[in-house]
Design a binder for this molecule. Structure first.
Ligand SMILES: NC(=O)c1ccc[n+]([C@@H]2O[C@H](COP(=O)([O-])OP(=O)(O)OC[C@H]3O[C@@H](n4cnc5c(N)ncnc54)[C@H](O)[C@@H]3O)[C@@H](O)[C@H]2O)c1
Ligand SMILES: [Zn+2]
Length: 366
């Protein structure tokens, strides 16, 4: 499939597709030299093979690694990598290959966006988060002390090769985190997909190749369609933030001990309840989403990491807040996002606080 934003780029989703990498690079990202960037864990598992596959272009390819972990998505690591590329003598006719999870995609993408004022990047996702979500869309960047992803650039890739075989080495707990974003795609755009995911939850968590390929393919189609229609998040692209306003607050209030996918899963159930409370979302929608969330062992209810009031205050620091009112992406029903004048809707803090209090067993305060 093709994403039309950023000049248009192909997204290949198929087991074994990485074996044809050289031909794809020749066609979509020809360069005199390639710099493969990977964290050390992914480099150990897939680095040598991918370097060999890139060298089948007949061009030199060097592997640059950094330690794994979200805290490596930093300005410091950006400095190190850009210096390493300069020391290697890479020119404007070079291309970065981001091999890894979302941390690598965002960091290596930002290196490419800024190196010599921008060189092409090819995304080679290896985690489900990266295949299902971050490799498509062109958002790159690093985390800074003031918050996550606050310094970055839109830098669409020339090519995305999502080979689900590369994800077979992913630990099961990491799988569920990526699949939370797949549930989001189903919730906003495709009820049949949401149901299919729930039905195949055990296969997907176990790393079943065919089930994983189908999920990555359907998710990428949904995300690619949204991004193609709104590359820079002026309008429609906001719908991909469903579950994220409260999700980010949950992550931040837990000092990031709640992982992103888990926080988004809970955030989706809560956002559906907020919509139900306002009479904008069909009854039973939150129950429908909660059931799918539970099938993946992700949290749908239970104790919250902070009092409801603290979580609501945290939503106000989200970078998507406009004009004072916190805006939420809401559903019309499971599989259909709520439209209207805008794809997000201002919701009063008291409504959210009441839903949060009720969800954690603290009783209704609406
Ligand atoms: N740009 C976007 O649009 C976008 C969207 C969603 C998430 N993100 C970003 O993505 C990041 C999270 O991505 P992530 O969960 O992939 O994190 P990650 O890149 O840190 O990967 C998670 C862990 O899995 C390991 N790993 C990756 N692939 C593997 C494989 N095939 N086998 C074994 N281990 C493997 C990594 O080494 C790492 O330890 C966050 O920084 C988030 O902000 C960006
Ligand atoms: Zn997310």
């Amino acid at each position: 499939m093709t994403v039309s934003g950023g000049g248009g780029y192909p997204v290949i989703v198929a087991p074994g597709s990485v074996n044809g990498l050289a031909k794809l690079l020749d066609e979509f990202a020809p360069a005199h030299r390639y710099a493969i960037i990977a964290d050390s864990r992914v480099a150990e598992l897939h680095g040598d093979r991918v370097r060999r596959l890139v060298r089948e272009t007949g061009r030199p390819a060097a592997l640059h690694t950094f330690p794994p972990g979200e805290n490596q998505k930093s300005r410091e690591r950006w400095i190190e990598l850009t210096d390493a590329l300069l020391a290697d003598g890479l020119g404007r006719d070079s291309c970065v290959v981001a091999l890894g999870g979302g941390v690598t995609g965002d960091l290596a993408g930002f290196v490419a966006a800024t190196f010599l004022r921008g060189i092409p990047v090819v995304q080679l996702p290896t985690s489900l988060v990266a295949m299902i979500d971050s490799a498509v869309g062109g958002k790159t960047g690093v985390d800074v002390p003031a918050g996550k992803n606050l310094v970055g650039a839109f830098h669409p890739p020339r090519l995305v090769v999502a080979d689900p075989e590369l994800a077979l080495t992913l630990p099961p707990a990491e799988r569920a985190q990526g699949l939370a974003e797949a549930l989001k795609h189903g919730a906003i755009a495709d009820l049949a997909y949401l149901e299919a995911l729930e039905n195949r939850a055990d296969d997907l968590l176990a790393g079943h190749l065919e089930a994983t390929t189908v999920a990555v393919d359907r998710s990428v189609r949904i995300k690619a369609d949204v991004v193609s229609r709104d590359e820079r998040e002026g309008g429609l692209r906001q719908i991909l933030n469903f579950g994220h306003t409260l999700g980010h607050a949950l992550e931040a209030c837990s000092q990031y001990t709640i992982p992103h996918g888990s926080a988004v899963a809970r955030g989706m159930v809560l956002a559906a309840r907020v919509g139900e409370e306002l009479g904008l979302t069909a009854p039973e929608t939150s129950a429908r989403i909660a059931s799918a969330v539970r099938a993946f062992g992700l949290p749908a209810e239970g104790a919250l990491p902070a009092p409801a009031g603290d979580l609501v205050r945290m939503t106000r620091t989200d970078k998507k807040v406009r004009g004072g009112a916190v805006r939420y992406v809401l559903l019309e029903r499971a599989g259909v996002v709520l439209g209207g004048d805008s794809w997000s809707h201002a919701v009063e803090d008291a409504v959210v606080e009441g839903v949060l209090a009720a969800s954690s067993g603290g009783g209704r305060r609406v």
